[in-house]
Design a binder for this molecule. Structure first.
Ligand code: SAM
Length: 317
């Protein structure tokens, strides 16, 4: 295909993939605490949450040490507001929640209102909610205060959706960073492309997984830098097309946007390092984030993102 035709073809496909992702997350039912504790991915979910709690808690501490003022955060791909409590505990002053899935944004808003209602003296951060496809639309003009700048952008398990095309990835990363103040941070979690490839290449049909999750590649390597698609299924939670993020490429793209890489760590390394800290290890217990081994049914039930994801942190110098 010639370049122009290729781009048109990619744009058509892109459109479909974003719609599929938004539809999927919109249809996802919010289940209660009781149902969550019965889920086969209970420990994996808790472990992922622990990683995010530590990452968010530490970066907020660091921001406070460097400048004691109010902290404004952009939660890019906020989903149903799974991190609201972390922002509350981190004592931030303002939060912008944005996601492509309108049902999720509504649920996030309701969750926030509920939190606010229950809070003593309304001592809770202010928040605004924006439904937008961050790979296609500029977020800055949608802010209530166009002059607002952020101390932190948090993008948890989201950035891989944008690596469908160069344009989409560039747009999302620009949205993530363009309103960061000097000294502000971008933090995120995303599957590790090397690990995905390593595991998939060990099987004849380019797939791997277990009783709760499955990763299936559509085509054989070599993969393009953008649009390297696989399907991710996680029992009862995720069933969507995702795209590999080649980390050196994302680092380069972020550098072009004025960012400097501070940390890249696999979940396993992050765990080994952070669990040495008494505060983090007691949180691990509190959050039931480690599965008793072996699992009751003899299977290793809680594999998924937790096994092959990594954490990243970048700073605007
Ligand atoms: N960050 C939340 C968390 O950690 O609980 C949600 C993570 S969920 C795995 C991925 C989220 O990314 C979904 O809520 C989905 O709707 C959102 N998303 C996917 N593509 C997006 C896009 N192009 N623009 C904005 N949000 C997107």
């Amino acid at each position: 295909m010639r370049r122009r035709e290729e781009e048109t073809h990619m744009a058509k496909q892109s459109c479909d993939r974003s719609v599929a992702v938004a539809d999927h997350y919109n249809r996802l039912q919010e289940v209660g605490l009781q149902a969550r504790s019965q889920s086969p991915i209970f420990y994996m979910r808790n472990f992922n949450n622990w990683v995010k709690s530590v990452l968010i808690g530490e970066i907020l501490d660091q921001l406070r040490r460097s400048s004691p003022g109010p902290v404004r955060v952009l939660d890019l791909g906020c989903g149903k507001g799974g991190d609201l409590l972390k922002w509350r505990r981190g004592n931030i002053s303002h939060l912008v929640c944005t996601d492509i899935a309108d049902v999720s944004v509504d649920q996030c808003r309701i969750r926030f209102e509920e939190m606010k209602r229950k809070s003593h003296n309304n001592d809770i951060f202010s928040a605004e909610f924006i439904t937008a496809d961050a790979t296609k639309e500029q977020l800055a003009p949608r802010l209530a205060d166009p002059a607002l700048t952020f101390d932190l952008c948090s993008c948890q398990f989201v950035v891989h959706y944008s690596f469908e095309s160069r344009l989409k990835a560039e747009t999302m990363l620009k949205n993530a960073t363009e309103k960061l103040r000097p000294g502000g941070f971008f933090i995120g979690t995303t599957p590790d492309a090397y690990e995905l490839m390593r595991r998939a290449s060990q099987s004849a049909d380019l797939s791997f997984g277990n009783n709760v999750f499955r990763v299936q590649f559509k085509s054989k390597p070599p993969f393009a830098l953008f649009g390297a698609e696989y399907h991710f299924h996680l029992e009862g939670v995720v069933d969507v097309p995702e795209f590999m993020v080649y980390f050196p490429l994302m680092t380069r793209m972020l550098e072009k946007l004025g960012m400097r890489l501070v940390l890249k760590s696999r979940f396993s390394e992050f765990f080994q390092e952070k669990v040495k800290d008494e505060r983090h290890s007691s949180l691990l217990q509190k959050m039931s984030a480690l599965e008793p081994f072996p699992a009751a049914d003899g299977n290793q039930a809680t594999s998924g993102n937790g096994e092959y994801s990594h954490v990243t942190e970048g700073m605007r110098p």
